[in-house]
Design a protein around this ligand. Structure first.
Ligand code: FAD
Length: 467
């Protein structure tokens, strides 16, 4: 029987990072993958969707702002096949890179489906039907990720009723697209196809889109969807659908108790992801699975069975790639016997809508709910030279501080490059910075980062460029 120090199940951004780090720490490591190396993130999540989003943004700019800037392009056309080929090239390069990194760092990669048979042993079922038992002397890491949730009344058919996996691979843009779920994935992908000309309808069961996100930020995105002709139903449930004779789909909605029908060409179901915790044999060894299907772990990544660790989407929210990877690194150190633990002030989040939203730390409402009196500073991109030069002036930077101490509690950005700018907000929170630290840091001119400096100064009541 093969024996390793550590076995990592899953090769997404949690699993592959963990396996590489284990290899670097001279631990004999095996990483097992049942589908594609790189997991959801590299194959049909973060990277493919961001490639399409960038293509959509470029196409949109070519239509909307370039002529004003004096750049005349003639006719601008979208070729979905070329776009998909380009996107698939990126995926291939990145997944090839992951294979290379695993190899060069001494971690073995095995194709197959793993199940746990004892606290130290797994079985791997391979494509040829053979089964191999393998032992881990130090630990087994569950990095099995998550899968798209399917609604029973909207079973995926791969053509007209689809999930995110299919939505990032469309080689034809639907004329009309209805998205069930106004969360991150639904809005990101919905806006891609809206930019390429699809009539977009978003159906959200809650009273707001992007629940839990600063609603001032969300409103900016909502307005953009509507300005492009999109329709948003809130407090609305998609109940079922009927195929029409002309090939279209009539979706039945319950909008605040009233029935309504929307005819569309394609339905994207984006109601969330469910952790991959079933069928792994966890029940056999007594690993706890919570009510929502997550496998919780402590600050050392340990489940209730000490030799079994969980990281990434399967371990609990937020279901984000950078959270999975950081956990992978920390847990590799733990398994190698180093003093390490999960200890971060915040996990920033980026939403790649148009414009982008990015957040770190508490919203003003969350801080107030904790009994903290807040002082909020805000700076609009409309007042910033760089944003004007980019012709992307929608949005703002908002800095939430403790009113008494002016310590930064949260940063919320909607606007151009919000996803890049938020790293400064995350650093401020990790360093326990005060508004003054940001406001007194000289930011280069002209940059989008100046908006962060000005918003911090505004929270202190000392902004120069604000009326
Ligand atoms: P996964 O990436 O899900 O990988 C788990 C792997 O484990 C899979 O490859 C699976 O095949 C394998 N596996 C499962 N069970 C077994 C088994 N029994 N044996 C062997 N292998 C197994 N996050 C961001 O941070 N930023 C984004 O912009 C972003 N965009 C997204 C866009 C979309 C459309 C989607 C769907 C998700 C997006 N996410 C984004 C979320 C991100 O993809 C996940 O948080 C991330 O992939 C989680 O990493 P993971 O390693 O936990 O799991």
């Amino acid at each position: 029987m093969k024996t390793y120090d550590a076995i990592v199940i899953g090769s997404g951004p949690g699993g592959y990072v963990c396996a590489i780090r284990l290899g670097q720490l001279k631990q004999k490591t095996l990483c097992i993958e049942k589908e594609e190396v790189g997991g959801v993130c590299l194959n049909w999540g973060c990277i493919p969707s961001k490639a399409l989003i960038n293509a959509a943004h470029t196409y949109e700019k070519a239509h909307s702002s370039m002529a004003t800037m004096g750049i005349k392009l003639g006719s601008v056309e979208h070729d979905p096949n070329a776009m998909q080929d380009w996107k698939e090239g990126i995926v291939k390069r990145l997944t090839g890179g992951v294979r290379g990194l695993l190899k060069s760092n001494g971690a073995d990669l095995m194709a197959g489906t793993a199940t746990i048979v004892s606290p130290n042993r797994i079985e791997v079922k391979k494509a040829d039907g053979s089964v191999e038992t393998i032992e881990a002397t130090k630990g087994i890491v569950l990095a099995t990720g998550s899968t798209t949730i399917e609604i029973p009344s909207f079973k995926f058919d791969g053509k007209q009723i689809i999930g995110a996996k299919e939505a990032v691979s469309l080689r034809e843009v639907p004329k009309r697209l209805l998205v069930i779920g106004g969360g991150v994935i639904g809005l990101e992908l919905g806006m891609v196809y809206q930019a390429f000309g699809a009539e977009l309808v978003v159906v959200e069961a809650m009273p707001t889109l992007l629940t839990g996100v600063d609603q001032d930020c969300v409103k900016v995105v909502e307005r953009r969807i509507q300005k492009r002709g999109g329709k948003i139903y809130k407090n609305a449930k998609a109940m079922g659908y009927e195929k029409q004779a002309d090939g279209s789909v009539a979706v039945k909605l319950d909008v605040e108790g009233k029935p309504e029908t929307v005819v569309t060409d394609m339905v994207l179901v984006a109601v969330g992801m469910r952790p991959n915790s079933r069928g792994l044999g966890l029940e056999n060894v007594g690993v706890n699975i919570d009510k929502r299907g997550f496998v919780p772990s402590d600050e050392f990544g340990r489940t209730n069975v000490p030799t079994i660790y969980s990281i990434g989407d399967v371990s609990g929210p937020p279901m984000l790639a950078h959270k999975a990877s950081k956990e992978g690194e920390v847990i590799a150190e733990v398994i190698a016997g180093h003093k390490a633990a999960k200890d971060w002030a915040c996990i920033p989040g980026a939403i790649f809508t148009d414009p982008e939203i990015a957040t770190a730390g508490l919203t003003a409402e969350e801080a107030q709910a904790k009994g903290i009196e807040v002082s909020v500073g805000k700076f609009p991109f409309a007042a910033l030279g760089k944003a004007m030069a980019m012709m992307e002036t929608d949005g703002f930077v908002k800095v939430v501080t403790d009113k008494k101490t002016k310590q930064v509690l949260g940063v919320h950005i909607v606007g151009p490059e919000a996803s890049t700018m938020i790293s400064e907000g995350a650093l401020a929170l990790e360093m326990a910075a005060f508004a003054e630290d940001i406001a007194l840091t000289i930011h280069p001119h002209p940059t989008l980062g100046e908006a962060f400096m000005e918003a911090a100064a505004h929270a202190m009541g000392a902004a120069v460029h604000i009326v």
